[in-house]
Design a protein around this ligand. Structure first.
Ligand code: HEC
Length: 121
């Protein structure tokens, strides 16, 4: 009987561990204000080829967290598609800040295209 308890406890620990690991590291406010908003944002710097390697890496982290967030509004499938494309584009820009990759990042980070569907009123 003791065995069963030990196993159950271990299983519970694993499950909590997984759930915890999947929690987004950053909230919307931080991702949007530091990552996206204005000329000093990470996105603006990356697009202007003025970001340090650390700043590019941080933008990728923000986009990873964004993709893990549930959309506050709108269709889950659309959210998955938009945040997935955005993450793919910032990862590509981190590997190589080519004009082509930056154009893709610009396209997938279109504020209005995402807000019009997923940002609550
Ligand atoms: C892939 C989707 C997506 C893209 C792209 C996107 N946003 Fe957002 N943004 C959201 C969502 C969703 C919210 C609403 C979050 C909430 O209120 O729960 C939001 C909220 C915001 C907020 C308010 C944050 C706060 O809580 O204070 C700002 C500012 C913002 N976005 C700026 C931008 C800018 C600027 C861009 C373009 C450069 C951009 N966003 C691109 C999804 C996106």
């Amino acid at each position: 009987m003791k065995h069963v308890l030990v196993i159950a406890a271990a299983a519970a620990a694993i499950v909590t561990g997984i759930c915890h690991g999947a929690e987004p590291k950053y909230d919307f406010e931080e991702i949007m204000t530091k990552g996206h908003k204005g000329k000093e944002s990470l996105l603006a710097k990356v697009l202007a080829k003025a970001a340090s390697p650390e700043e590019v890496a941080k933008l990728v982290e923000y986009h990873e967290a964004l993709a893990q967030q549930a959309p506050p509004k709108g269709d889950a499938e659309s959210w998955k598609q938009k945040t997935g494309a955005l993450l793919q584009a910032s990862r590509a820009a981190k590997e190589n800040a080519s004009d082509e990759n930056l154009a893709k990042l610009k396209e997938t980070s279109n504020c209005k295209a995402c807000h019009s569907i997923h940002q609550p009123e």
